[in-house]
Write a protein that binds this ligand. Structure first.
Ligand SMILES: NC(=O)c1ccc[n+]([C@@H]2O[C@H](COP(=O)([O-])OP(=O)(O)OC[C@H]3O[C@@H](n4cnc5c(N)ncnc54)[C@H](OP(=O)(O)O)[C@@H]3O)[C@@H](O)[C@H]2O)c1
Length: 265
């Protein structure tokens, strides 16, 4: 039986960093890493940089046939598979009002939610006690955010789904961990949509993707349901639990407006 890791969104940013750290052995020994994203050239660069064999799967995870392809790749492994890690990183966010964002609202739901569900249901067929699922949510999951309504809700979905899934799987020794990072310097902000809406939430600040990944892997190995990988977001999460949601939203809006005005000066 071969131990593999499947990483979606592996062509850049956080997903690429997960592949790098898994390749270095941070998640235990692996026979192969399956790297999934649309950009085949970038995936091949990831493969070149790894010591572990990498299987490149250039798939658009919002297309109808992507998960049929993944299913047949999984089923076609003659020597049997143990999916030791599934890391769902593929995702994108558009800033702006719900109406401004238009068709990207549904596209975000497809990639950030549906693809996570599909990947989990397929990978679980090949998981055993000790296997781990890491689903990337966001600090945006912690509070409803005007200007980021759909993205925040998709990440809340990932957070709640992952917690419940972990509770369901505990008896069989498989754990699922939701990760809630704040902003990171990746391609995520390359085409954010409305810059005004982005400026409104930038007060939360940036964290280092390398630290986010190492802490996520450590949390997953310890069987933690949620990994909030920066200390100030942990404090924000504690405040959000104590304060009524509407009040927390008002407060967040005021901080955002103050921060955006100060940055524009
Ligand atoms: N960076 C941040 O500030 C931040 C903060 C909190 C949470 N997050 C979350 O972190 C995760 C990783 O994002 P990132 O920061 O690493 O951004 P990124 O550099 O833009 O990476 C996104 C990845 O998703 C892949 N992807 C996008 N659309 C896809 C599709 N239709 N099918 C398959 N793969 C697709 C991209 O590859 P291709 O373009 O090659 O398909 C890329 O590998 C996302 O879920 C994001 O929501 C990011």
């Amino acid at each position: 039986m071969r131990d593999i890791a499947i990483v979606t969104g592996a062509s850049s940013g956080l997903g690429r960093e997960f592949v790098r750290q898994l390749d270095l052995g941070s998640g235990g020994p692996l026979d192969e890493i399956w790297a999934i994203a649309r950009n085949e050239e970038a995936l091949n660069e990831v493969k070149e940089a790894c010591h572990t064999p990498v299987k490149v799967l250039a798939l658009d995870l919002t297309s109808d046939d992507a998960f049929a392809t993944l299913a047949s790749e999984l089923a076609g492994q003659a020597d049997g598979l143990n999916v030791q890690w599934l890391v769902n990183c593929a995702g994108f966010g558009k800033f702006g009002t719900f109406q401004e964002i238009g068709a990207s609202n549904a596209a975000m739901v497809k990639l950030n939610c549906l693809a996570v569900i599909e990947a989990c249901s397929q990978a679980l067929l090949y998981m055993h006690a000790g296997s781990r699922i890491v689903n990337i949510a966001s600090a945006a999951a912690l509070l409803p955010l005007p200007g980021l309504a759909t993205y925040g809700a998709t990440k809340r979905f990932v957070l709640d789904f992952t917690r419940a899934l972990d509770a369901e799987l505990g008896d069989v020794g498989i754990h699922a961990t939701a990760v809630c990072p704040k902003f990171m310097h990746t391609k995520f902000l390359d085409s954010p949509g409305d810059h005004g809406a982005l400026d409104q939430v930038l007060w939360i600040g940036f964290e280092d993707p390398r630290t986010c990944v190492s802490e996520s892997l450590r949390a997953a190995l310890r069987g933690k349901r949620v990994a909030i990988t920066s200390p100030d977001v942990r404090i924000m999460n504690a405040v959000c639990k104590l304060v009524p949601t509407d009040l927390a939203m008002d407060l967040e809006g005021k901080i955002g407006t103050w921060y955006a005005q100060r940055s524009a000066r």
